[in-house]
Ligand binder design. Sequence first.
Ligand SMILES: [Zn+2]
Length: 59
Amino acid sequence: MPAEQLKKKIEVPDTCPHCGNKLSPWQQVLLATDRALVCKKCWYRIILDLIPKAKNRFN
Ligand SMILES: [Zn+2]
């Protein structure tokens, strides 16, 4: 499956949920593929499965 289709199928954030750093299209592809990506700015580990529950995770 082409990366672009994969990206649209899975909801991939275009910014880091921790620091708001904008993710490059390539980083979004990596995130969609691996379901995890380390933000280069704050080193927060973005895990795709946890994004909708992120607020609870910070408690
Ligand atoms: Zn970040």
